[in-house]
Design a protein around this ligand. Structure first.
Ligand code: DC
Length: 679
C-alpha cells in the first residue's frame, strides 16, 4: 500500500495481463456479521482485508465473538443470536464503514445488549455526518432503546436493552440508503417468533444491494419473501444457520476500474483478464459491464473471470457517450464519470442522489476533480453531466483531491491515459485501503507507459556524502522504487569472493557472468543473495573495497546494465550511484549531484563508525576520503563525475530533511500539478 502524501501516476499507454481482485466489501461485511450472529461454525474464504472489514472484525470480537483469521480465511464461531459483552459499557469504533455501522446498529438494537448494559457506536467525523435517522426511527417503532449522543439523526449512538413489539409491520425508508433495509433484514430473523413484515417507504434505491442481502440470507438458511421491492416478510421461525463454508466473490465495484482500463488501453490480441468475478455475479455493480459495452468496450466472461479490451474496429475512436440511469450501479457509476472524459460527447449519469451521502459528497467531488483535469461538468441534485476532453491540449495536469474516498482515488487513476501524456497526482493514495489496499500496485502490474519512460531521479555524489540516505528517503516520500546500484557491485564482489575468484582483471569475464545472473533480491532494507541475508556482510569496509575493484572492470559494469534498467518500474524510481545519470538513465529528468566538504563527510563517517562500536581516528578518515575522491574522479572506468545536466546540492550544512525537501522541490518544479486551490 502507498502511504505517501501523494502518488504521481506517470502517463500510461497500454494495459495487458491478469489481475486477481480482492473480495467484495459488501459481501465480506455481510457474511462476517451473519456468521457471527448465526448458530454454528463458519469458515469464510477470500474475505477482503481492508479498513472496513477490520472495523467489523474488531467490533465482533468486542461483542464476544470467537474468530480466527488466517490470511483471507476467517473461521467464526456463531453467537447464536446472543452477544457477550465483556463490560457494562462497550464502545465500538466504526471508522467510516457504513457497511459495519448500519447492520451492527440494527443487530445490537434488536437482539439486545443485556439488562444494564450499553453499547456506543461512533466513527470518524464524516461518519457523524452520514444520516442514520431512518434506521433508528424504524428500530424505535419496534421498541428498541437508542439515543443520539451528538447531533440528532446521526451517529454516535448509544444502544440499550429493547422491549420488543413486532406485531405491526415495520416501516423503513428506502430512498436514502438501502443499507437501512439490509441492516433490518439481517438482524430480524433472530427475533422472528412470528412473521415480521417490513414495508419500504419511498422508492427503494440500490436494489441490487438488497438482492445481495437476500441471496446471502438464503445461504444462511433464511428465505425472505419479497413482494416487489415494497414489502418483505421474514417468516415466523426463521433461523440463521451456518452454511459451513462460504466463498466471497471478488468486488464487482473494484472490477469496474479494470473493465474501464481494458476498455481504454487493452487490445483484442492481449486483453486484460480480471479474475475473481464473472458476469453472473450476485453483485449489482457487475451490470457496469452493460454500461461499459454501451461505451464501446468489449467484455467476455467466464464463471469467475472477465476479459476486456477495446475492439479493433474502434481502436482509434473515442468511447461512446452515455445518458444513463445509474441507480442500479451507484458505486461503479463513478468510473463512468472518468471514462466520460474519453467519450465522443457529454455523458449524463442520472438518479445518483445516494452519491451525496456516501464517503463524501461524490457528485461534488467528481465534478470538482473532473474540472481540475480541464473538463466542463454540470451537476444537479441527483445527476452529473461530464463533457469529454477531446483535444490533447484541453487536458491539464491535476492534483486529484480524494476526500478520504477510495473510489475517487481509484477511478481518477484512469485519467493517466490522457492523450496529452500528462501525469496525474493522486493525493492521499492510502484511502484506497477501505476496499482495495493494493489497488495501485495491481494497476502498475498490468499497465505500461511506452510513450514516456518511467520517471527516474538520479542521485550521485562522492563517498559518505549521504546519497544513499537521501535517495532512499526521496523514494519513500514519492512512493517510488529505489535502486542502490553500489549494493549491486558489493553483492557481485561478495559472490565472486565466495566462489573463490580473485577480484582481478584475468577473472573479468567470469565475474561478469556471475553479475549477469546474480540471484539478488532487495526486501526493504535487506539484501538477499540466493535467499541469504548479506546486508551486513556487503556493508563492511572490505565489502566496499572489493566492490570498488569489481566496479572497475568494464565487462562487469556492462553485465549489470540490464539488471539496473529493470528497476525502472511504475510509478517511478530513485537511482543512486555514480553512472546513473550518465550511463544507465541518461534521459532522467532530474539528476542530483550531492556533495559535502571532506571535513563534514569525515565527521559523519566517524560518527557512524563510533556509533557501531568501532574505533576510528577522524584525521585518518579524512585523509582516506580525500584519497578515495581523487581515485574515484580520476579512474579510467566510470570515473565519478557529475552528469552535465546534474543539479549540485552541497549538504555540508543541511539536515537530511532539508536535503530531501530540496530534491522534492526540484522534482515538483519539473512536474507542477494543478491543485484544489487553483480551481
Ligand atoms: O555506493 P557504494 O559505496 O555502495 O559503492 C560501492 C562501490 O561501487 C564504490 O567503489 C563505487 C562503485 N560503484 C560504481 O562504480 N558504480 C555505481 N553505479 C555504484 C557504485
Amino acid at each position: 500500500m502507498y502511504s505517501t502524501a501523494f502518488l504521481d501516476i506517470p502517463p500510461l499507454a497500454s494495459a495487458q495481463g491478469t489481475v486477481v481482485l480482492p473480495g467484495s466489501k459488501s459481501i465480506s461485511n455481510r457474511v462476517l456479521l451473519l456468521a457471527a450472529l448465526c448458530e454454528g461454525r463458519t469458515t469464510l474464504y477470500d474475505v477482503l482485508d481492508s479498513d472496513d472489514t477490520r472495523v467489523m472484525l474488531a467490533a465482533l470480537k468486542q461483542l464476544g465473538c470467537v474468530l480466527e483469521q488466517v490470511g483471507h480465511t476467517v473461521h467464526i464461531q456463531g453467537l447464536g443470536g446472543h452477544f457477550k459483552l465483556g463490560s457494562p459499557l462497550v464502545q465500538l469504533f466504526m471508522g467510516n464503514a457504513g457497511t459495519a455501522m448500519r447492520p451492527l446498529t440494527a443487530a445490537l438494537a434488536l437482539l439486545g445488549v443485556g439488562e444494564g448494559h450499553q453499547v456506543e457506536l461512533s466513527g470518524v467525523p464524516r461518519m457523524h455526518e452520514r444520516p442514520i435517522a431512518d434506521l433508528v426511527d424504524a428500530l424505535r417503532q419496534l421498541g428498541c432503546q437508542m439515543e443520539y449522543l451528538g447531533q440528532p439523526g446521526y451517529p454516535p449512538l448509544r444502544i440499550a436493552q429493547p422491549h420488543l413489539n413486532l406485531q405491526r409491520p415495520i416501516q423503513v425508508r428506502g430512498d436514502v440508503s438501502s443499507q437501512f433495509l439490509t441492516a433490518l433484514l439481517m438482524a430480524l430473523p433472530l427475533v422472528a417468533k412470528q412473521d415480521i413484515t417490513l414495508e419500504v417507504v419511498g422508492e427503494l434505491i440500490s436494489k441490487p444491494y438488497i438482492d445481495i442481502t437476500l441471496k446471502l440470507l438464503q445461504r444462511f438458511g433464511v428465505e425472505v419473501q419479497r413482494h416487489h421491492w415494497e414489502r418483505f416478510v421474514i417468516p415466523a421461525g426463521s433461523r440463521l444457520q451456518s452454511p459451513g463454508t462460504l466463498h466471497v466473490e471478488a468486488d464487482a465495484s473494484s472490477a469496474s476500474y479494470f473493465i474501464a482500463l481494458g476498455g481504454l488501453a487493452a487490445t483484442p490480441e492481449d486483453p486484460l483478464r480480471i479474475e475473481g468475478v464473472g458476469e453472473h455475479s450476485i453483485q449489482g455493480d457487475i451490470r457496469f459491464i452493460e454500461a461499459a459495452r454501451q461505451m464501446g468496450v468489449q467484455v467476455v466472461s467466464g464463471t469467475n473471470w472477465l476479459e476486456v479490451c477495446r475492439p479493433s474496429a474502434l481502436a482509434k475512436q473515442p468511447l461512446k457517450a452515455l445518458d444513463m440511469d445509474c441507480n442500479h450501479i451507484p458505486d461503479a457509476a463513478m468510473t463512468l464519470a472518468v471514462m466520460a472524459l474519453y467519450a465522443n460527447g457529454p455523458t449524463t449519469l442520472r438518479n445518483i442522489a445516494s452519491w451525496r451521502v456516501k464517503e463524501t459528497d461524490r457528485i461534488a467531488a467528481m465534478a470538482s476533480e473532473c474540472r481540475k483535469l480541464g473538463a466542463t461538468v454540470h451537476e444537479g441534485p441527483d445527476w452529473i453531466e461530464v463533457h469529454p476532453l477531446r483535444e490533447a491540449a484541453q487536458w491539464q495536469r491535476a492534483s486529484i483531491h480524494t476526500y478520504d474516498d477510495h473510489r475517487v482515488a481509484m477511478c481518477f487513476s484512469l485519467a493517466a491515459f490522457n492523450p496529452a501524456g500528462l501525469p496525474v497526482r493522486i493525493e492521499d493514495p492510502k484511502c484506497v485501503a477501505k476496499t482495495f489496499p493494493d489497488y495501485f500496485e495491481t494497476l502498475f502490474s498490468v499497465v505500461q507507459n511506452q510513450a514516456v519512460q518511467v520517471p527516474v531521479i538520479c542521485i550521485d555524489g562522492p563517498t559518505a556524502s549521504g546519497k544513499g540516505t537521501l535517495a532512499s528517503q526521496v523514494a519513500q516520500q514519492l512512493g517510488y522504487h529505489y535502486l542502490d546500484s553500489g549494493a549491486l557491485y558489493r553483492v557481485t564482489a561478495f559472490a565472486a569472493v565466495q566462489a573463490g575468484m580473485p577480484l582481478e582483471t584475468e577473472n573479468e569475464a567470469r565475474i561478469a557472468l556471475l553479475a549477469e545472473t546474480l540471484p539478488v533480491r532487495f526486501v526493504g532494507e535487506q539484501v538477499l543473495l540466493s535467499g541469504m541475508d548479506v546486508t551486513e556482510a556487503i556493508r563492511s569496509e572490505t565489502g566496499g573495497m572489493n566492490a570498488s575493484k569489481v566496479s572497475a572492470l568494464p565487462a562487469v559494469r556492462q553485465a549489470l546494465v540490464a539488471l539496473q534498467l529493470s528497476f525502472a518500474k511504475l510509478p517511478g524510481l530513485v537511482a543512486d550511484g555514480r553512472d546513473m545519470g550518465t550511463v544507465i538513465f541518461p534521459a532522467s529528468p532530474l539528476k542530483v549531484y550531492l556533495t559535502a566538504s571532506a571535513e563534514k563527510r569525515a565527521q559523519r563517517r566517524h560518527k557512524q563508525l563510533i556509533s557501531k562500536g568501532n574505533t576510528a581516528i577522524l584525521a585518518n578518515l579524512r585523509a582516506d576520503l580525500e584519497a578515495r575522491d581523487l581515485r574515484d574522479s580520476t579512474r579510467l572506468v566510470a570515473p565519478l563525475t557529475p552528469a552535465q545536466d546534474a543539479l549540485q546540492l552541497d549538504n555540508s550544512d543541511l539536515s537530511i530533511e532539508a536535503s530531501v525537501q530540496q530534491v522534492l522541490t526540484w522534482w515538483q518544479s519539473k512536474q507542477a500539478f494543478k491543485s484544489s486551490l487553483e480551481v
